[in-house]
Design a protein around this ligand. Structure first.
Ligand SMILES: NC(=O)c1ccc[n+]([C@@H]2O[C@H](COP(=O)([O-])OP(=O)(O)OC[C@H]3O[C@@H](n4cnc5c(N)ncnc54)[C@H](O)[C@@H]3O)[C@@H](O)[C@H]2O)c1
Length: 265
């Protein structure tokens, strides 16, 4: 299937590590023009090189903190400044630390989760809508989580992701008339494919075992119909399809679990 993403102008937030990196690789292989928006310059620079090797038409970096008031606007401005518009925004940047609801009492951490996962997505959406409304086209893909439907040790994080789902669907309803689509991908567990796949600001930098240990993985796989963990490439394939106006032009406001069937929302 021809996705028509050659030279598409794309911003991927959190594009330096793990899932975001896989999404950048996916657009690169389609020959898109990509802005890697991330707080981690070292890792983003590495992924820029990987994307060019894989066939990206052009790659720019936007090294910003999306929790800062002008962070998202600066990232979108890199794309519009270089290429005169924006076709695709992937709202992927996120952060989480697992914790049981009764004992996860650190208010500063709740605040940080809301700032990164939700406020970052709002600001990026608003910044992207400006050029997209003007050009009367665009696709926004949100990377949420199955925690949005309720998962053990993910109360606050899951709540921020449920908020992202509402943000995406409202955007779809309000801006369909402007030719803009908004959809949601909920990844299953995606472990980094190698130490190379994550930078110092990745949620995985604390050590994989501290995020998801082998026993937890075993339980998860038992409940996964396809009996395999999800990869960053699996997520990238879904994101690319949703980003493509030729492949998914009639799809908006929809949520897809890419998890081997772990949830069936
Ligand atoms: N990995 C999983 O199993 C999984 C499962 C479900 C959902 N998700 C979601 O997928 C997304 C990516 O997850 P991941 O595993 O690749 O995480 P990750 O931590 O490896 O990557 C996130 C990237 O976002 C960047 N980032 C963090 N805060 C930022 C900020 N304030 N401004 C700009 N950039 C910032 C980080 O530097 C990093 O490169 C997140 O939204 C996460 O919640 C992940």
């Amino acid at each position: 299937m021809e996705l028509g993403l050659r030279n598409a102008r794309v911003v991927v937030t959190g594009g330096a590590s793990n899932i975001g990196r896989g999404i950048v690789h996916g657009f690169a292989a389609e020959g898109s023009r990509i802005v890697i928006c991330d707080i981690d310059e070292v890792q983003a620079t590495k992924v820029r090189g990987e994307a060019l090797e894989r066939g990206a038409a052009e790659v720019e970096l936007a090294i910003v903190d999306l929790t800062e008031p002008d962070g998202a606007a600066r990232a979108v401005a890199v794309a519009t400044g270089a290429w005169g518009g924006l076709d695709v925004l992937v709202n992927n940047a996120g952060w989480s630390v697992p914790g049981f609801v009764a004992t996860d009492t650190d208010r500063d951490r709740w605040q940080r989760l809301v700032e990164v996962n939700f406020f970052g997505a709002i600001a990026s959406t608003q910044a992207a809508l400006e050029p997209m409304v003007e050009q009367r086209s665009g696709s926004i893909v949100y990377v949420a989580s199955e925690a949005a439907f309720g998962q053990i040790r993910q109360a606050v994080y899951g709540a921020t992701k449920a908020a992202v789902v509402a943000l995406a669907r409202t955007t779809a309803r309000e801006h369909g008339r402007h030719g803009i689509r908004a959809n949601i991908v909920c990844p299953g567990l995606v472990m980094p494919e190698s130490p190379d796949a994550v930078g110092a600001d990745s949620l995985w930098a604390v050590g994989e075992e501290n995020v998801f240990n082998d026993t937890q993985k075993e339980y998860l796989l038992k409940d996964t119909p396809l009996r395999r963990l999800t990869t960053a490439d699996d997520i990238a394939h879904a994101v690319l399809w949703l980003a493509s106006d030729s492949a998914a032009r009639q799809v908006t406001g929809q949520l897809f679990s890419v998890s081997g069937g772990y949830t069936m929302p």
